[in-house]
Design a protein around this ligand. Structure first.
Ligand SMILES: O=C(CNCCc1c[nH]c2ccccc12)Nc1scc(-c2ccccc2)c1C(=O)NCc1ccccc1
Length: 330
């Protein structure tokens, strides 16, 4: 089997939302497909009304195919301090024409304020590895892991775009979705992530390649590109008026500054170009005077995060069959 589903960026490309159908009859939710985590959790009939602000809630009691996974609970906390927790049902899940009949759906009986405030986002579907799933006492496998053996090819692809709908595809590679060739690089999944190492980077079209291995994860659930502070400092040296502002929690610069492009090397002889305009995330003030950088440091994380700022510049193949990541220009 193969599948394809549209994914739509929210304002400033902060996240991408994808339609997912759960249960019988189908309940349609808008979900953040997240290759940086491994839990599929949703706003639900068990989420206190005070913590719901417009989100669509999955109600297992209204699904004839829902079965409670007795004794199973989950809780998850993300690096920004946001969190959610609850219990678990098994139900039919459909996305982009592919479906799995007994997917673990983690229903939220509690969500933190960040998720309540994210009014269009009805939940997250983690597509990292099941080894870091947070359901206890027994970890659950991801939607992709459940589908893998029935897919034409054991892979999925992400084609995120800046300010326009893109696609997640399952089981096949759409040759029309990229230019040139796909460069593959090994994935180390021992920490449960799509973790890979870039050999280095180049700042600006006429910049010199800097050989500097960067180990990080391909993470559609993180908005920004989070790299070592040495790399980040070197980049913002080229942006007039840029400075680290602890009050804003990162590098900020005048919104009219000229931003150099940033090239991330892949394998021996390929690189992904991130256009300068992707390197500005959003205004930090209502006048739109100063802007928050799309590139920030990975301090305190333990690895870098190749988030949406990077991923939307590429066509990305998440190849579980060969434990590798494919990257191509588009
Ligand atoms: O969790 C994910 C992917 N799902 C995010 C879902 C999500 C988390 N708030 C959300 C809010 C809305 C929608 C989705 C999400 N990736 C990883 S791996 C390591 C870290 C980490 C660990 C320690 C410290 C920092 C990061 C994160 C992380 O917290 N990223 C989010 C972030 C990263 C930096 C700043 C803010 C958030």
């Amino acid at each position: 089997s193969t599948g394809s589903v549209v994914t739509t960026p929210q304002q400033y490309d902060v996240e991408y939302l994808t339609p997912v159908t759960i249960g019988t009859p189908g309940q349609n939710l808008e979900i953040d497909i997240d290759t940086g985590s491994s839990d599929f959790w949703v706003f639900s009939s068990e989420t206190p009304k005070s913590q719901v602000d417009g989100q669509t809630c999955y109600n297992p009691n209204k699904s004839s195919t829902a079965k409670k996974l007795e004794g199973a609970t989950w809780e998850i906390e993300y690096g920004d301090g946001s969190s959610s927790s609850g219990d678990v049902y098994l139900d039919k899940v459909k996305m982009g024409g592919v479906n799995f009949s007994s997917q673990a759906v983690e229903v939220a009986s509690k969500v933190s304020a960040e998720f309540t405030a994210d009014t269009n986002n009805d939940g997250l579907m983690g597509l990292a590895f099941g080894s870091i799933n947070q359901v206890r006492p027994q970890k659950q496998t991801t939607f992709f892991e459940n589908l893998q053996s029935s897919l034409d090819k054991p892979l999925f692809t992400a084609d995120l775009k800046s300010g326009a709908p893109g696609h997640f595809n399952f089981g096949y590679i759409d040759k029309n979705a990229y230019t040139g060739s796909i460069t593959y690089t090994p994935v180390n999944s021992t920490q449960g992530f799509w973790m890979w190492t870039s050999p280095g980077y180049t700042i600006g079209a006429s910049g010199k390649f800097k050989s500097s291995p960067i180990e990080g994860i391909a993470d559609t659930g993180t908005t920004l590109l989070l790299l070592p502070s040495s790399v980040v400092k070197a980049y913002y040296k080229n942006v007039s008026g840029a400075s680290y502002q602890s009050s804003n929690g990162g590098y900020v610069f005048p919104c009219d500054a000229t931003l150099p492009s940033f090239y991330v090397s892949v394998g021996d002889d390929a690189r992904i170009k991130i256009p300068g305009k992707y390197m500005s995330y959003a205004p930090v003030d209502s006048q739109g005077q100063n802007c928050f950088g799309g590139l920030q440091t990975d301090d305190g994380i333990g690895f870098s995060i190749f988030g949406d700022v990077f991923l939307k510049a590429a066509f990305v193949v998440f190849d579980a069959g060969k434990e590798r990541l494919g990257l191509a220009a588009k």
